[in-house]
Design a protein around this ligand. Sequence first.
Ligand code: GAR
Length: 208
Amino acid sequence: MLNVVVLVSGGGTNLQAIIDAVNDGTITNTRLTGVISNNQNAYALERAEMAGIPAFCVSPKNYDSRELFNEAFLNKIDELQPDLIVLAGFLVVIPKEMIEKYRNKIINIHPSLIPAFCGTGYYGLKVHEAALARGVKVVGATVHFVDEGTDTGPIILQKAVDVQNGDTPQVLQRRVMEEAEWKILPQAIDLIANGRVEVVNGKAVVAQ
Ligand code: GAR
């Protein structure tokens, strides 16, 4: 069984997709052992509680320095002993120490086709605003391993989504979630839980 801890900051629709996929058997061989939010008011925490998953808030606001927060954050992760950490709309920079300790055991969902519209400053709605401003015709989502950079780690899965005339950032965000994120994030977890993803020479190889 793969013990998975999910990190969230907001609404938690990706967390919900993971919970649903574990419950309906789309994700196999996996146990959700904890959800951690940096934001006490995140609806994702309620989703976790409703699903009976231990839910915690570790907020930088409750610590005098970033170092103390990072230490508490890593302690909480270690306590939960995850085999895989999933960033599902988690908007806090992962401490370097955690990346080293959990190398190739942290994955992130990003709402664009990396390397487009990613890196510092590209998160949430901002990604879709930038895509519409550029006038691209195809957008999408990416699941990747987390390394020291921002959205630079090995890519596991990507899925494309068409832009339609008249799209607003909100409409496009919702379509990318429905057609891409809520599918490829559970799919990536299932692949990892079944030993079908490895990192070779800095690239993720997915057994088909
Ligand atoms: C999702 O669209 C996710 O891809 C994005 O935040 C949203 C969270 O929604 N993540 C990033 O932008 C990370 N750079 P959710 O809380 O409903 O899952």
